[in-house]
Design a protein. Structure first.
Length: 153
């Protein structure tokens, strides 16, 4: 299936060896593109960041029907690059929620290529009122949905 203006090709998650474990995490499969490689032949770190962003967006698009993504901002992101990623093998983006606050949600993400963990990220997203420049709370219904997506990794 083709998504995101021909950027990503998603395959059957069962074909990626790292797709096992916690069923509460959303798993997206990405096929690395040759143009994402750097002079050393590794996938560029900026592409890893884009893959993480894609996983977060899919979590909201698939589970939060009434939420406007433009109301959500990244308040904090921490990324650990653990190993090189390469052109060729599919990569699996695992995305789950670790904590739900009043107006924030903490996201844990992991990217695997084969059995190798390439990178991990923790992100804090906050829902805001752009005009007032202040945080606004999630509804009880939204918090309940987030709670079903809490991961245990």
């Amino acid at each position: 299936m083709l998504r995101s203006a021909a950027i990503y090709i998603f395959n059957n998650p069962a074909t990626c060896p790292a797709v096992t474990g916690n069923s509460s995490m959303l798993i997206e499969i990405v096929k690395p593109r040759f143009c994402e490689t750097n002079a050393a032949g590794h996938i560029d770190n900026i592409s890893i960041m884009i893959w993480f962003e894609h996983g977060r967006a899919q979590l909201f698009l698939q589970h939060m029907d009434n939420m406007t993504l433009s109301d959500i901002v990244v308040a904090n992101i921490n990324v650990n690059f653990l190993s090189e990623a390469f052109f060729g093998p599919d990569a699996a983006i695992h995305t789950g929620i670790s904590k739900v606050g009043n107006s924030s949600v903490h996201i844990n993400q992991y990217i695997y290529q084969g059995d190798t963990k390439i990178a991990e990220a923790t992100t804090v997203l906050v829902r805001i009122d752009a005009a007032a420049k202040s945080a606004i709370p999630f509804s009880d219904q939204e918090k309940t949905i987030f709670a079903t997506l809490i991961d245990s990794q």
